[in-house]
Design a protein around this ligand. Structure first.
Ligand SMILES: Nc1ncnc2c1ncn2[C@@H]1O[C@H](COP(=O)(O)OP(=O)(O)OP(=O)(O)O)[C@@H](O)[C@H]1O
Ligand SMILES: [Mg+2]
Length: 246
């Protein structure tokens, strides 16, 4: 794939939960190859739902519009196939997977990196023989999720609040690992793409964002410089941001 090619294109998307309640509407979004987009938005706006829809969870049903990845309409394509196509996701609240050890999931997904090396890097060596997420603390879950993504090596990574619950030291670790997923080079150029949801904006200090956007009232209202959007939200809040005509 050539540089600056569109990786993810969302057109006029409408999502209904179970085909009934509208949770996203009139939503358009483009993420190019090697581009990192950060997404802000108030609680309940629909950010996590958007990630779930891109990943293909069936209850988040596309009732209008299209999600196109690598030029292919994702309609009817299962979650596992989407993962194989190169989409990876970190959940806001991932489930505990009983009966599956963290080592198994890393080895299964591991196309590239050695499981023990990854575990050491993410300070999770003693967690490898535990069931995935079982009894993990909030910060341990985020490290485990980012490690699983490293093993998967997706082309588009969807991160739902990666810094939430992570202490400052581990935030640096998580940020470095995200940058490895994105394959950041010396010039801070990235090979892989990301859509990252954040409330705190901390992630902006560790991952270089190309763009930001704001998801409010079930749709994307603003695509702009990530730091400027964040500053505006801090200064005037979401409601006043909505009055902006830009
Ligand atoms: N599986 C579900 N069952 C019922 N309601 C749902 C489900 N998924 C999403 N919703 C509802 O859809 C709306 C959007 O939820 P979503 O989790 O996408 O918000 P969010 O923008 O991620 O919020 P937050 O910042 O709090 O994480 C909320 O009102 C939520 O209750
Ligand atoms: Mg959410």
């Amino acid at each position: 794939m050539k540089k600056n090619e569109t990786l993810l294109l969302i057109e006029d998307l409408q999502i209904k939960l179970g085909g009934k309640k509208t949770i996203l509407k009139d939503l358009n979004l483009e993420i190019k190859e090697g581009e990192t987009m950060v997404m802000f938005g108030p609680n309940g706006a629909g950010k996590s739902s958007l990630l779930m829809a891109i990943m293909g969870f069936p209850e988040y049903r596309v009732t209008r519009g299209r999600i196109i990845f690598k030029g292919k309409d994702l309609k009817g394509i299962s979650i596992d196939r989407r993962a194989q196509m190169g989409i990876g996701m970190m959940f806001q609240r991932p489930p505990t997977v009983r009966g599956v050890k963290l080592r198994q999931i890393i080895e299964m997904a591991g196309r590239r990196e050695n499981a023990e090396k990854l575990a050491a890097e993410h300070r999770l060596a003693e967690f490898m023989s535990r069931d995935v997420n079982s009894g993990f603390s909030g910060g341990e879950i985020k490290r485990s999720e980012v490690m699983q993504l490293r093993a998967q090596a997706p082309d588009l990574v969807l991160l739902d609040e990666p810094e939430s619950g992570v202490d400052l030291e581990n935030l640096v670790l998580v940020g470095k690992s995200i940058n490895k997923i994105l394959e950041v080079d010396q010039k801070q150029k990235r090979k892989k793409s990301a859509l990252i949801i954040t409330h705190t904006g901390y992630i902006l200090d560790v991952v270089e964002a190309d763009k930001g956007c704001m998801l409010v009232n079930q749709t994307i209202r603003c695509v702009h410089n990530a730091r400027e959007i964040f500053k505006q939200i801090q200064d005037i809040g979401y409601e006043e941001c909505l009055l902006c005509q830009k």
